[in-house]
Ligand binder design. Structure first.
Ligand SMILES: [Zn+2]
Length: 372
């Protein structure tokens, strides 16, 4: 090989390595032009010699998903985002530091990822740490630079609606005589089954939402999971109270107690019990179980980049999407039921982003940025 061929081969290598790192999906969607957009917000986070950084969200409110866009000006081969915030691990526990790392995906020579906050985060600044590695390979020297920038995104407050649920005072409930025909063995088996279902809900399900798979599903956008009914985000984060009422249906004073807020969205649909529920985004079914004590029949889909959607209280039928199934946005994954702890048939629709309980309706921001 002569020197010229060697150099040619080397630059070919360099080219392919930079192409590989910025590999786009084959069907990159076009972006909306500014004029077409409404009901959303774009914030310019930074414009520096390396890149432009923008953030997009429906409202940058507590719980809203935020799409981060990095447009490089130089050859970059590695970008990572670290998001840091203050958060309670539950609604009545003290605030703690919470952080996670996000992978990016590449499209139209831009890099995208998702971040956000949680129902259990107070109004605050979201701290973003962006780590970029730049590979500047010249012919006989290899220079690698690293850039770490820190930014803050101001998170807006939002109102929480109040929901009150009554339950009959136990003093007024007549104990029905249980005429059971079950054998002792059958009762034991039922107890064991209930225990196993509870374990699935409290231990197995949370284990499944902790991955950060690289997937281009966000580019395909978001679709309302009830095709004939708009789901609003009104019930996201709702403050909830329990109280007892007497046999005449009168509230018993002094029994009202605040319980854990609602961290998903309820799509009420009592009139269309058993009507279809569809995948809000493309992804892979990573959990599909029935008879969970709170959630009932439940499906969870992994959309990559740490994002998951959960569909609960589904009707128990063979049409529930099975574990491991690859589903497309808009594909039927189950139907409206009233399984688990419910007051009536409805879909409980839940968004998880790196363990945060995000407002799943705010994923509409994807349709505002990427043309479908
Ligand atoms: Zn709910």
């Amino acid at each position: 090989m002569n020197r010229r061929d060697f150099v040619k081969g080397l630059s070919g290598l360099v080219l392919s390595s930079s192409l590989y790192s910025f590999e786009s999906t084959s069907n990159c969607p076009k972006e909306h032009s500014i004029e077409q957009l409404f009901n959303w917000e774009k914030r310019t986070i930074d414009e520096n010699e390396w890149c432009n950084i923008n953030a997009y969200s429906i409202g940058f409110r507590i719980g809203d998903a935020i799409l981060v866009e990095v447009e490089p000006k130089k050859d970059m081969d590695f970008i990572r985002l670290n998001s840091k915030m203050q958060r309670s691990s539950n609604w009545n526990t003290p605030l703690e530091d919470y952080s996670f790392n996000s992978n990016f995906i590449y499209c139209n020579n831009k890099a995208y990822t998702l971040t956000g906050t949680d129902r259990f985060c107070p109004m605050q600044n979201l701290n973003l740490k962006l780590k970029i590695t730049n590979n500047d390979f010249s012919l006989f020297s290899k220079k690698q630079e690293k850039i770490i920038q820190e930014y803050y995104i101001e998170i807006n407050d939002r109102d929480w609606i109040i929901q009150k649920f009554g339950k009959l005072d136990p003093r007024f409930t007549r104990k029905e005589k249980q005429q059971s025909t079950l054998t002792l063995e059958q009762i034991e088996a039922a107890k064991l089954y209930a225990l196993e279902r509870q374990k699935l809900e409290t231990e197995e399900l949370p284990k499944q939402w902790r991955h950060d798979r690289v997937s281009h599903a966000i580019l395909e956008g978001y679709a309302n999971p009830r095709p004939y009914l708009m789901c609003s985000d009104l019930t996201y984060g709702a403050r909830r109270f329990n109280y007892f009422y007497d046999a005449k249906g009168k509230k018993i004073e002094g029994t009202e107690k605040e319980i854990r807020p609602h961290v998903g969205v309820d799509c009420n649909s009592s009139s269309d019990y058993q009507k279809p529920i569809t995948a809000a985004m493309s992804g892979k079914v990573v959990f599909s179980e029935k008879d969970l004590p709170l959630l009932g029949s439940t499906v969870m889909i992994d959309h990559g980049l740490g994002l998951y959607t959960i569909y609960a209280h589904l009707y128990n039928s063979k049409y529930r999407a099975f574990f491991g199934k690859e589903v497309s946005k808009g594909e039927i994954i189950g139907s409206v039921g009233k399984t688990g702890r419910v007051y009536g048939p409805h879909l409980h629709f839940h968004g998880k982003l790196h363990g945060l309980n995000i407002n799943p309706i705010s994923l509409e921001i994807l349709n505002k940025v990427f043309k479908q």
